[in-house]
Design a protein around this ligand. Structure first.
Ligand code: SF4
Ligand code: SF4
Length: 298
């Protein structure tokens, strides 16, 4: 139908103008992540809470936590300094949607005061269906969901997520993993139906979900996710600490490449996305986060 074609065209335009996804746009636009979201509502075995959420971040340094007011001040200040600033994201240090008040207060004020900035967030997806309307309201441009398994029994998920926080209690094991999966799939579908770009990240965990990622990729295509990014667990060698499920080593480059190939990933798109820290500032691939401390923008 023509509405579907229009939607497709709209999606292509968005991707082509996006600093994170287009090679051309890459050098001309900058982004900022504001670290307003400290809490999380699930436990990933690979999470090290001392660092930023690996949904969209690399560990090693903890982001300075900001209030929504300070986040807006920072965006306005940085926007004055870096003319190419065009994307503002919330990517932790916990989960954007486990901190809905802080996340949407920030987006509401930005929507008012910096209407030209594209807004994005990253999430584990547990609360995604609850906030799609809010995202539409503030014109959120794209959402990144970390999804590591689509196994309907929850058995694989249980090895990755010890628990999820649901209806005011912790739900453990396969039961928790099934809730997370249902919410992720439902939320992704709602977003793409509303024309919001959805990108997915999967963490390759050798011996746990390496065979499962092909199923994840297939499901994501059905749901019109435009980009699937497979990344390794970050290793001790790189970051000086174990950052793996039960301390295990990260996948090798070859293992990551094999998984990416098996999943039919679009390497051209993916190669532009870096895992930016929760407080990254600047052109993609550049991090000027250290420059913009609170005493500078307040
Ligand atoms: Fe940690 Fe992110 Fe997982 Fe939450 S979603 S437990 S912050 S890795
Ligand atoms: Fe863009 Fe990827 Fe960085 Fe997010 S993590 S700002 S999507 S390059």
């Amino acid at each position: 139908s023509s509405t579907q074609e229009e939607l497709q065209q709209e999606v292509m335009d968005k991707i082509n103008n996006h600093p994170c996804y287009s090679e051309g746009a890459h050098q001309h636009y900058a982004r900022i992540h504001v670290a307003v979201a400290p809490a999380c509502n699930i436990q990933c075995n690979y999470c090290n809470r001392k660092f930023d959420c690996s949904n969209e971040s690399r560990p090693g340094v903890t982001s300075a936590k900001l209030s929504p007011e300070d986040a807006v001040k920072k965006v306005l200040y940085v926007g004055g300094d870096i003319q190419q600033l065009s994307v503002v994201g919330i990517a932790g240090p916990g989960d954007a949607l486990a901190n809905p008040k802080k996340t949407f207060d920030t987006f509401r004020m930005l929507h008012e005061k910096a209407p030209d900035q594209k807004l994005c967030l990253s999430t584990n997806g547990l609360r995604l269906p609850d906030y799609v309307d809010e995202m539409v309201k503030y014109n959120v441009d794209h959402v990144t969901v970390t999804i590591n398994s689509v196994d309907p029994t929850g058995e694989i998920g249980a090895k990755i997520y010890p628990w999820v926080h649901w209806n005011h209690e912790k739900v453990f094991g396969a039961e928790g993993a099934k809730i997370l999966l249902e919410q992720q799939l439902k939320g992704i579908k709602m977003l793409t139906e509303r024309g919001i770009l959805v990108k997915a990240n999967s963490v390759l965990i050798p011996g746990v979900n390496d065979k499962e990622l092909v199923n994840v990729a297939k499901k994501l295509k059905e749901l019109n996710v435009f980009l699937h990014n497979i990344m390794p667990l970050l290793s001790k060698e790189e970051y000086g600490t174990y950052y793996g499920l039960n301390g295990q080593a990260s996948a090798t480059d070859q293992e990551v490449m094999a998984a990416q190939e098996a999943c039919g990933m679009d390497m051209k798109l993916m190669s532009h996305c870096r895992q930016c820290r929760a407080d990254a500032v600047g052109l993609i691939g550049e991090d000027r986060g250290e420059e913009f401390t609170p005493d500078v923008f307040q």
